[in-house]
Design a protein around this ligand. Structure first.
Ligand SMILES: [Zn+2]
Length: 437
């Protein structure tokens, strides 16, 4: 008998790879933070001597969810301005509030609030674009979550940096300081075509090639933004980014609600990943990402919540349900984005976009033990004919009972183990009193 750290024996296992598979009478074998095996329960109990066994009679175990686009610290601005179009919302509400209040401490406290909500809802990895990326890394690492921290870049000054060169320099310093942290990787985060000029974008492309890290950017979020760029430059932002040679298999384009058929074909040809944020797009009335067309063209599409100021939660199970429903409505086809494909978008597709698919995103031997358990025993998920259907269309994120990252529990029996809810809520209330006394 081989000694192992943990044997997980749930009612069902959804490994995501192979696609659409639901296993019963199987066990997940975890040792030294990694998945050692996924095999029939009888074989597992004959072969391994676990130090701990987690038996979950009414649960499904699946990979942890990957939130492929968020602004975690903005949870502190949740609900501060609603029911407004993007530019009014940004220029007259969000940017002034950020200008007055964003500091390193704001970011640490905001990220911890976000991390608590993300873990509670089954998210194990977040791709986070915000100021003070060092604070983002600190908050997520304290929570035990995996994060992709953005080296954010804009042309204009904020509390974090003075100009584009300063953002890039500070971002690279953060990257150096994070060297050796197994839970954090970095990605360039030029904010959007309308906030970053050509020179820093060229510099980012050169550095991304040298360092082998990706680029993550808001692209074609609204029709207004595309029209404004056409008026100013005679080019659609996509065309400009293409001419700057920014677009490629290391590029994650967020939103992409305004796309011609030619742009969809180019996204596939260039290997660009799309981070789809359906609830933010719906709330800001930004437009509809043509998810079905992108998938049929062969584009890797993943899912993000965007920030809590435009969503207004970080519930990725809710987001993947919205994505599945919206894809059908936009395509005029009930078969568009079936349940297993929506689950793939929220796990392995996100991992792939963030260059983490060799580590996470599916329950495969050798990968990191990032997984969650969801209790399907609740009223809203009974009876169970089809586990994948329930996970996509019926589950409530609060049915997540256990969350592991690299084999360590972050949520155990629905209780957070790495963060104190009382502390997180006390900080959130302190900030709320400062921001809107
Ligand atoms: Zn965003």
């Amino acid at each position: 008998m081989q000694a192992i750290d943990l044997l997980v024996a749930p009612r069902w296992i959804v490994p995501i790879e192979p696609a659409g598979v639901v296993l019963q009478n199987h066990a997940l074998v975890v040792d030294k933070g990694r998945i050692l095996a996924l095999l029939p329960l009888a074989e597992a109990t004959a072969q391994y001597a676990p130090r701990e066994t987690l038996t979950l009679a009414s649960h499904v175990v699946m990979p942890g969810l990957v939130n492929a686009h968020t602004h975690a610290a903005m949870t502190l601005l949740r609900g501060i301005a609603d029911d407004l179009p993007l530019m009014d919302w940004l220029q007259n509400h969000i940017w002034p509030a950020e200008g007055a209040h964003v500091s390193r401490q704001f970011c640490v406290d905001g990220v911890k609030l976000a991390a608590a909500e993300l873990i509670r809802g089954g998210v194990t990895t977040a791709n986070d674009m915000y100021f003070f990326p060092d604070a983002s890394a600190e908050g997520f690492t304290a929570a035990g979550m995996r994060s992709v921290v953005n080296l954010i870049t804009l042309d204009f000054p904020t509390a974090w940096a003075a100009d584009a060169d300063d953002y890039i320099r500070k971002g690279l310093d953060v990257r150096d300081a994070l060297h050796g942290n197994p839970l954090v990787t970095t990605i360039f985060g030029p904010h959007a075509p309308y906030t970053v000029s050509d020179a820093p974008l060229r510099k980012i492309r050169t550095l991304a090639n040298e360092l082998g890290i990706g680029i993550h950017m808001h692209v074609h979020e609204t029709a207004g933004e595309v029209a404004m760029a056409e008026g100013q430059t005679g080019m659609r932002p996509w065309q400009r980014l293409k001419e700057l040679e920014l677009l490629g298999p290391d590029f994650v384009a967020v939103h992409m609600t305004q796309l011609t058929d030619q742009e969809i074909a180019e996204a596939a040809e260039l290997g660009v990943h799309v981070a789809h944020c359906p609830e933010s797009n719906l709330k800001l009335a930004s437009g509809f990402c043509p998810v079905d067309k992108l998938l049929k063209a062969g584009v890797n599409v993943c899912i993000g919540t965007d920030g809590a100021a435009s969503n207004n939660d970080l519930d990725l199970f809710g987001e993947l349900k919205t994505a599945a429903l919206l894809a059908k409505a936009v395509a005029g086809d009930a078969q568009a984005l079936p349940a297993h494909a929506a689950l793939h978008m929220a796990t392995l597709a996100g991992a792939r976009a963030l260059m983490l698919d060799e580590q996470i995103g599916s329950l495969v031997a050798g990968k990191q033990a990032d997984f969650i358990a969801v209790d399907l025993g609740a009223l809203n998920t009974q009876p169970v004919y089809n586990v994948l259907s329930h996970l996509a269309y019926a589950v409530n994120s609060q049915q997540v009972t256990d969350v592991f990252v690299a084999g360590k529990p972050l949520l155990k029996g629905s209780v957070l183990t790495t963060l104190s809810i009382d502390e997180v809520l006390a900080k959130a209330n302190e900030w709320a009193l400062k921001i809107k006394p």
